[in-house]
Design a protein around this ligand. Sequence first.
Ligand SMILES: Nc1ncnc2c1ncn2[C@@H]1O[C@H](COP(=O)(O)OP(=O)(O)OP(=O)(O)O)[C@@H](O)[C@H]1O
Length: 587
Amino acid sequence: MSDLQALKYVARAREAEEKRLSERRRHVLVLILRHLVDFGYIESYEKLSSESNLSLQKADAADNMDLLRIVQEFEDGYELKYNRRPKLVKRLVDEVVSGGGGVRQVPAAGNGANGKPVGVRMPSPGDRAPQPPGGVLSGMEGPPVSGAVAAKQRRERGALSAEEQKKAEQLERRQVILNQYKAPPEVGVQRVGGVNVDGRGPPSPEGLAGMQVKGVVYSRNPPASSKGAEGDDETDSDEDFQERFERRVLKPLPASLQGEMRELGAAITRDIFTENPNVRWEDISGLEQAKRLLKEAVVQPIKYPELFTGLLAPWKGLLLYGPPGTGKTMLAKAVATECKTTFFNIHASTIISKWRGDSEKLVRVLFELARHHAPSTIFLDEVDALMGARGGEGEHEASRRMKTELLVQMDGLARSNALVFVLSATNLPWELDMAMLRRLEKRIYVSLPDTGARLRILETLLGGRCSPEVPLSRVAELTEGYSGSDVFLVAKEAAMRPLRRLMTKLEAASCSSSSSKQEEVGVHSYGSRTAAAPGPHAGHKASVPHPELGPIEEADVQAALTVSKASAKQYEQKYKLFHEEYGQVGS
Ligand SMILES: Nc1ncnc2c1ncn2[C@@H]1O[C@H](COP(=O)(O)OP(=O)(O)OP(=O)(O)O)[C@@H](O)[C@H]1O
């Protein structure tokens, strides 16, 4: 097998394993959601649902499957195998644990004194290790891990035969492996969104309003960020996207985010792309070099991290700059569609207006979340609005602090190995703060489209709608200086014209039909009151033939060209100058 194939194989295997893990995590969450609803813990359901972006409308426990049944089957299977009931839950307060060598007092966890959150306890040597991946039932294979601890103690006392010794070593190795799967403290199911889900605490009666508990009819809206993800018409690629999204976002917020920071974290999570933006590289006409560079900078380092190390470590800050409407946002969306990263779509206004005064904290939380959900891309659209030159007249103190924080976070990224990229876009690159520009080390010029790219946009939009006489290549030449968005407007204007002609015909036809209807009704009503029955055209327009939408003619395109002008030409020179001075690549 060649090195390249081997790398591909490793990358694919890693992806498959990640996929399995994410699916299992998702299944557990769905089962918990179902359990909460079945037992009336509606507030807890709501919290978990919004935190995990899952709802029972989207996925439910399979028939005859619920958490209680799984636990019962596990207990029964365990008992059958080891002749005793498994211990599933341990009390954390003043519990007396009998270990191999005596009696030990477990301190109450999370009382504030030890700084640990409530309900989370650091592992101690006597703990039973968590089950390995593969589901609760597969965890039954092999003796319980506490056996490894006991064996170790006996071995230390020299009380083991050679064979027992070997077995003990195997058990220890197994424990080490199992420990690798130990859930980080924040993943504990004992507290979800600050709510106990261990069956204690009363269900909230008001939370039950509007909710049919069995077979859930959940009347409230799902969280905004999950809207659209539940559509029926998802294609395969959308499912892939959704799966990737869930793989990252189902992870609860990091435990380090507490109180106010947790709220900010939840707000930012809503800015993660939950729907597939569905922009493929091939949807973007031209800009071949920009596409290639983006792939090289973001896609490949994630796919082949082994190759992008040391000197070849990926760029962490990227800037797309160029005239408005040239496809910068499209490029970013293609990154979101095609790259397997969590995509934080951050508009300058999200950080500035919504969080006035809190922007600095928001930036910190944003980067923390991006690391938490890595590999991630933070897309900062209109980055000039966020990171204009500092120290300007009338600059607000809060804005200055936010900018400094952004720079600090960018520095942190550059130093770390976390696969987090900052992809930013601007129409006004010369207004960017110099320190920020320096940190956006890969600067990609997204220029006005050339003739070939304009022709491709026109063909994509108008192909099949135009009469064969329309010379699209000539139109492409005539639109020199137009941005992709300007070309789109020309195409739209041209396509509107046959529609207007059709509308005129339809209106005329419906006028003549209603006047003939009036005439008929009039004749009857003048004749006799009882004969005023509707005529053949009354009440519907069945006899009016529907004119067809004709093709776009050359005159339509000419007319469209006279009303849609190039909007972005005036700054072309300025972009070129900036590109020569600071840009690294043309497109
Ligand atoms: N290269 C392109 N290929 C196909 N369509 C394009 C291209 N460039 C622009 N367009 C069209 O123009 C529209 C606007 O593009 P986009 O929003 O990506 O531009 P932008 O550079 O981000 O603009 P702004 O800087 O004003 O935000 C797109 O929705 C698309 O219809």
